[in-house]
Design a protein around this ligand. Structure first.
Ligand code: GDP
Length: 367
């Protein structure tokens, strides 16, 4: 019987019976000093996300235990994939507990970003998604930006209580927690090592003071995230590594932009104007005539229009289109996980295409 073991990566109960189930560790690996489940092992060594049949429910059930406790919730989102990384059922899962919303990866946003507008937009968007939050913070977990203000707020809001960090996979939760720990204790890379034991809640428990702890909860897999539809190599190309340089295209109506082979933007109707593209600097953008676009895509996706490449093409669901009319004001068309295109002037009609299952959203521009 191995029930008393917990994964050092995600905190789930370890089992050795069912390889395709959560928490699996082969018997031969049970005696290791650091036991991590197959999913975390693969995540750590190969950066693979979906190898076992964790249902979204398994995660949500674990997180819903927070409802019966008293604590402060830190909800991390990826500023580059706000909707994709938002856990919409969170309010139901966390009950009456207060929530601080933290937007991570602020280091990637262009300098011209209006931070206040961005925060206001995040507040508004959370409200629309049914979540009541106390405050919003912008941070970079890798660069350490915004951490002091956030740490001070955590101390303020928690009033001696526990802290739960929640977020979907890839938002930077591990990086964030490791940074919190290293600034307060000097221990580096704490949660990928075995300093902190899993608890009965199934969460990684990091002591804050004599009475309270900070809990790392399992990363929720959100199926609307682009990461689930591409290879690791492609993911590297679409993920911005440093501050995004906006790329501006002057388009006439009936012109199309392709973002690699992952997204397509058709300017159908409106005055000639500029469109500002915010994507990883390495991600190629192609311009073409609308009338040639479908044919071009069919012939060149996987080579000229890449990523995906020829080998990873089959992972990508077919593109689905949506026609949008924008009446006025600067508007961002957001391609989850990739970036966005800012429409600088209304009244125009566009058709946007993204992989089925990764829905495009529209917001007021914060730049
Ligand atoms: P987790 O799955 O939520 O635990 O995410 P990780 O901590 O493993 O981070 C996911 C990816 O995002 C990694 O490639 C990190 O290097 C990257 N990342 C995390 N925080 C930041 C940040 O503040 N800025 C940038 N540019 N990348 C980050």
């Amino acid at each position: 019987k191995v029930n008393e073991l917990y994964c050092q990566g995600c905190g789930i109960t370890i089992q050795s019976e069912y390889e395709d189930q959560p928490g699996y560790v082969p018997t031969s690996a049970l005696n290791k000093e650091q036991v991590i489940c197959k999913r975390c092992f693969r995540l750590k060594h190969y950066n693979e996300v979906q190898d076992v049949s964790f249902t979204d429910d398994d995660f949500l059930k674990m997180i819903s235990q927070i409802r019966n406790t008293k604590g402060l919730i830190i909800k991390l989102v990826d500023l580059f994939d706000f909707n994709g990384s938002f856990i919409t059922s969170l309010q139901r899962l966390t009950g009456e507990n207060q929530i601080l919303l933290v937007g991570n990866k602020v280091d990637l946003l262009p300098k011209s970003t209006n931070k206040n507008k961005l925060k206001n937009w995040m507040k508004q968007a959370s409200k629309e998604l049914g979540l009541t939050i106390q405050d919003v913070f912008l941070i970079s977990a890798t660069k350490g930006i915004g951490m002091e203000a956030l740490q001070a707020a955590i101390e303020d809001f928690r009033e001696g209580k526990d802290v739960y960090v929640v977020g979907s996979t890839n938002v930077g939760k591990s990086t964030f927690i490791n940074r919190l720990i290293s600034t307060s204790t000097g221990i580096e890379d704490a949660i990928t090592t075995s300093y902190f034991p899993g608890t009965t809640l199934g969460f990684i428990d990091i002591p804050l003071d004599k009475k309270a702890s900070l809990y790392d909860t399992p990363g929720v897999i959100n199926r609307h995230q682009m990461v689930h539809y591409m290879s690791e190599k492609d993911l590297k190309i679409i993920t911005p590594k440093k501050e995004i340089k906006p790329r501006v295209y002057q388009l006439n109506e009936n012109q199309t932009l392709f973002v690699g082979g992952m997204a397509r933007f058709d300017f159908e109707k409106g005055e000639r104007q500029s469109f500002v593209c915010y994507f990883a600097n390495e991600l190629p953008i192609h311009r073409t005539k609308l009338e040639n676009a479908t044919d071009l895509y069919e012939r060149h996706v996987g080579e000229m229009l890449s990523p995906p490449n020829e080998a990873t093409l089959e992972m990508l669901p077919p593109l689905e289109s949506k026609t949008i009319r924008i009446k006025e004001g600067k508007t961002d068309i957001v391609f989850p996980g990739l970036g966005w295109i800012t429409v600088t002037d209304g009244d125009i009609t566009i058709t946007v295409h993204s992989p089925k299952g990764v829905p495009i959203s529209v917001r007021n521009s914060f730049i």
